[in-house]
Write a protein that binds this ligand. Structure first.
Ligand code: PNS
Length: 164
């Protein structure tokens, strides 16, 4: 059985992430989404538990996808899942720069772990969790950017109505 790990902050999961998850789920026996309990990103909008719940709801229709959280190095989490594959999405050249550095440094510390890049579908090339949060904060509609359950959670979290 081949397992791949898709790590990230997912604060919150967007349709761009979901597209990567769906495509990866068709390539591997199992995809484990690793939600980083990220101490470097000072104040995520959503708690780790909320991010995990939103991802579980959004991926409920994908039976070979699991959602877990982790602390520490992504390569250690990957190994703990008996995997050697990290999935990352690439949108832009700046993603390419930062993601290549991360993949290369990960290979230095864990030569048995490889990173597989999936190019983001063109309709999501502009999309990021930060952009979604910014729009949502100012009451703009986000229904085209995130799964339905996430739009509802954003509405609840930001005490806004009419995000749709
Ligand atoms: O969604 P993000 O914020 O782009 O995800 C970044 C993530 C989780 C992939 C990255 O921060 C990461 O791998 N963090 C775990 C800590 C780690 O392994 N650091 C070494 C990588 S250079």
């Amino acid at each position: 059985m081949v397992t791949a790990v898709y790590p990230g902050s997912f604060d919150p999961v967007t349709n761009g992430h979901f597209d990567i998850i769906k495509r990866a789920s068709m390539m591997f026996d199992e995809v484990v989404i690793g939600v980083l309990n990220n101490s470097e990103k000072k104040s995520p909008l959503f708690s780790m538990e909320e991010r995990v719940i939103m991802l579980r709801d959004a991926t409920a229709g994908l039976p070979n996808v699991k959602v877990e959280c982790f602390d520490g190095l992504v390569v250690d989490f990957v190994r703990s899942k008996d995997s050697h594959i990290i999935i990352r999405g690439l949108r832009t050249m700046s993603d390419f720069d930062s993601e290549t550095s991360m993949a290369q440094s990960n290979r230095l510390v864990a030569p048995d772990v490889d990173t597989l890049f999936l190019s983001t579908s063109v309709e999501y090339s502009y999309l990021s969790s930060s952009m979604v949060k910014e729009y949502a904060r100012y009451g703009a509609p986000v229904k085209d950017f995130v799964p339905e359950n996430v739009a509802l959670m954003l509405e609840k979290k930001l005490h806004l109505t009419n995000l749709n």
